[in-house]
Design a protein around this ligand. Sequence first.
Ligand code: FES
Length: 571
Amino acid sequence: MEPKKLRSSAWFERTGKDGFIYRAWMKNQGIPDYEFKNKPIIGICNTWSELTPCNAHFRELAESVKRGVSEAGGFPVEFPVMSLGETLMKPTAMLYRNLASMDVEESIRANPLDGVVLLVGCDKTTPALVMGACSVNIPTIVVSGGPMLTGRHRGLPVGTSDLWRLQDELKGEKITVDDMLAIEASMCRSRGHCAVMGTASTMACMVEALGLSLPGNAAIPAADARRKVLAQLSGLRIVEMVKEDMKLSDVLTRSAFENAIISNAAIGGSTNFVIHLIAIAGRIGVDLSLDDFNNIALNVPLIANLQPSGRYFMEDMYYAGGLPAVLKELEQFLHNDCITVNGKTIRENYQASECYNREVISTVEEPFNPISGVVVLKGNICEDGAVIKPSAASTALLQHTGKAMVFEDIDDYKSRIDDPNLEVDETSILVLKNVGPKGYPGMPEVGNMGLPKKLLEKGVTDLVRISDGRMSGTGFGTVVLHASPEAACGGNFSVLQTGDLITLNVQERSLNVHLTDEELQQRKQNWKPQPVITDRGYVGLYIKHVQQAHLGADMDFLHGGSGSNVSKDSH
Ligand code: FES
C-alpha cells in the first residue's frame, strides 16, 4: 500500500513561488533543505508561560520532546498557544478555556503539521488543548508537566488543599499572618502543578485513562528526570502515530470516555472533570451526558488515598505505582480493549504494573472509601442537574434539610458573610447565585465558599453549600456545584430566597426546595436578569454563546470539529 501523503506536503512539496515562500522563511532559522523532504512535521503545542507557574518548565520539556521527534525521523516545531494560569488570571481562567481551545484548533489547522504534541499542566490548559486538537483531529499525543514535589512545612506535608483550612484558621485567629507566610514559602517548592488530586492532576489522569498519553504520564513528578524521559518517548511515538495515521478519533471512543469516568471515581478526581470531559466529548462527536456520570461508575470505590478526599500527594501516588497501578485494580470495571496512543490496549499498558503501597492505592475489595466519584443531583433547584463530590463531603450532611441563606452574587456574599447578625447556624444551607458560566461570567471556583466567622468560632467545619459555580479540585466540603440552569438564565435556582427550606439527599440523588411548582412559577414572573457586563469582544461573545454547565460550558458554535482541511489556499 502507498504510504499516505503527509499533510505538510501541501506546503513543502510545492515548487515555484508557493514552495519558495513556505520554505524560504523557515530557512531563516537555519533549517537545511532536507528537513522539508517527506519528514513528518510535528508541532509541539506549548502552554509555557511565566504567568502560568505550573507550566513554567515547559520549554525544557519541549526540548526532550524535540529530541524524540528528531530521533524518530520527524521535524519538530514548537509553537506557543494561550496559556491559562489558574492562580493569576482574573476573573477566572475558566473564562478563557474556550478561547485557548480556539487558538489551539486554528493554530494546528492553519499550519503545516502532520502530528502534534500537547504540553499541558495547570488545570485549564489540559482541556483547552485537547478540545482544540479534537476539533482538528490529526495524530496527537499529550504530555503533562507533572505535579510538584510535596510541600513541607516544619516537617509536615503541605499542599493546595490545606489552603482552605488555613483560610478558616486565619479567620478564626488560630494562626497568624506570619504563620501563613511561612507555609506559603514551603508549599510550592519545585516545578510542576498542584501536588494533590486537584483539577490539574485529575486532568493528567483523565488523559492517561482516555489513552491520550503514554502510560505513567499522570503522576511522574515534574522534577523527576523520568518526566523528561516520558516527554522524549512521546516525541518518538508521535512520529510513528503519523505514519500509522492514528488520529484522536481512533482513541477517543465512547468506551474510552467511560474508562475515564471509572478511573476518575477511583482516584477521587475533581468535580471540574465532569465539565471538561463533556466538552471534549462534544468536540470529538461522542455522545456523553451528565447522567452518564451517575451510571457508569456506580460500583467503583475510591481506592486512591489522595488529598482532598484522602491523605497523600501525587508524589506518593507515583511511588505507589501511579495511575497504571490504579487501572490494574479497576480491571473488572474498565473496557480493557480500548486502544491507546502507543498502539497498545489499556490492559496491555497496565498489565505489568504493581502497587508498592496499599496505604496510597488500596484494593477494590478493601477500598480506602466505598463512596466515590461525582454524584449528579436532580430536583426542582437544578432541573438540568448539579454535582457533588461525596468523598470530599461530611457524611452527616449528605442527607440534610435546612434553611437557605441566599447570597445574590459574590459581592453580596463577601459583604455579609462575616456579619455577626447573619441569621445562620450549623443547620443552614448557604446558597450563592450568579457565579455560573454566563452570570459571573466564566464560572469561577467560589462554590466552596468560606464559612461565616461566627460559625467558625463555634467550631463548625462544614455546611451544605449550593451554587451555580465551580469548586477548585483541591477544595472539599459538602458543596453542591454547577446548578443548571444557572441563576443568570432565570430558572428555579434564580428565585431561591433566604428562609426557603432545602433538602439535599445524595443517596437519592436529589436536591429540592420545599416549594410547589406554582410558587416557583409565581416568583419567576417577577425575576429580572442582572445587567450583562459587556457585549464587546471575547467576553461578550462568551456570554452570548456559552452553554450551561451540564453541556460542558463550551460555546455552542464550537461543538464538533472542522477537521484538518484548510478551506482556501491563498498562495
Ligand atoms: Fe496550576 Fe493548581 S494552580 S495546577
